[in-house]
Design a protein around this ligand. Sequence first.
Ligand code: ADP
Ligand code: MG
Length: 412
Amino acid sequence: MSPVAFKSLDDLLAEGVSGRGVLVRSDLNVPIDDDGNITDPGRIIASAPTLKALADAGAKVVVTAHLGRPHGGSDPALSLAPVAKALGQLFGADHVQLAGDVVGPDALVRAEGLSEGDILLLENIRFDPRETSKDDAERLALATQLVELVGGPDGSAGAFVSDGFGVVHRKQASVYDVAQLLPHYAGNLVAAEIRVLEQLTSSTEQPYAVVLGGSKVSDKLAVIENLATTADRLVIGGGMCFTFLAAQGVPVGSSLLENGMIDTCRRLLDTYGDVIALPVDIVVAERFAADAEPQTVPANRIPDTRMGLDIGPASVQQFTALLSNARTIFWNGPMGVFEFPAFAAGTKGVAEAIIAATGNGAFSVVGGGDSAAAVRQLGLAENGFSHISTGGGASLEYLEGKTLPGIEVLTG
Ligand code: ADP
Ligand code: MG
């Protein structure tokens, strides 16, 4: 793949942004607990440098972002209010405000009243169903309203900075359509992510190991085919592994299982059997709960009444051996339900193996929101990896060789 050419944030800053309205699409989709506390601010921290550069240069910054998956309307539980508060702590509460709507009257009034260096966060963009509409005209209508917020009276002053790497694989109004209406630039985060993924695909040193886990099984099974052809080793754990185990005819109890993909997994095992490594032992429990009693069993002896919530210690040992001499590693998806301490050892062990390989000179990339959160939550050193990506789905699609609409649109 040839390097992607687009204008950068530095190009925009060189053109001058003082007093200009700049629309930024950020990825601020952070996990929030029932009390409204942000449990992992990683994406906010990662988004801050681009916002800071623009605010420091005197832009009137309008930020659009989503939180969760609201179903076709406003949902107070998915308000960006906690995120606005966190941004206020970073940039000073006087300089950050949250609009009560997406592109409605409140957003308009606030956008018009912005001073240089101020940041206006619009309410959850997915409260507006046009954001994710498959109808081009509907998306364009929303994009046009977004652009009006930074257009100034003559509609010509604004610019768009795409910095939400986690959403660049989506053809959505705030990602794709706005870029067609405004001069567009890649933010620091998007530019850095693309550079790393280019390195991963264009100058891959071998052995190349891919570690896959997590719970979005069907999404990820779709990319395995491509990864299996390029990787020397494909290590599979997490909720992913049970469909493969089932494909081998092994009972998986009440573990996460994608019935419709069993045939696909069987075919993958037939074709890439020498590349794919599955766990040899599993930590099971009766229930999906933090206080459930953990029990380690061989991978082919999962009792009917139990579910697999982590890979076992023998699997960690085996995976560690497979990763020890890798020169390139891509990891997406936790090995178990790391949020429960009793089922976190598999993820921690494999992460430590990747850190060790990185220490020996391997180039390692972690992709995936939950994988990145696991690194921080388990107290592992973030700088133990070469790069921690903020976008799981986007990085997987890039590695699959797909065109990412939100990147492609920046090159035009
Ligand atoms: P990422 O965000 O890194 O791409 P996913 O979103 O696919 O990863 O999956 C992350 C989730 O997978 C975590 O919340 C974790 O608890 C869950 N998970 C991992 N292993 C299992 C398992 N064996 N059963 C159920 N859920 C699992
Ligand atoms: Mg996830």
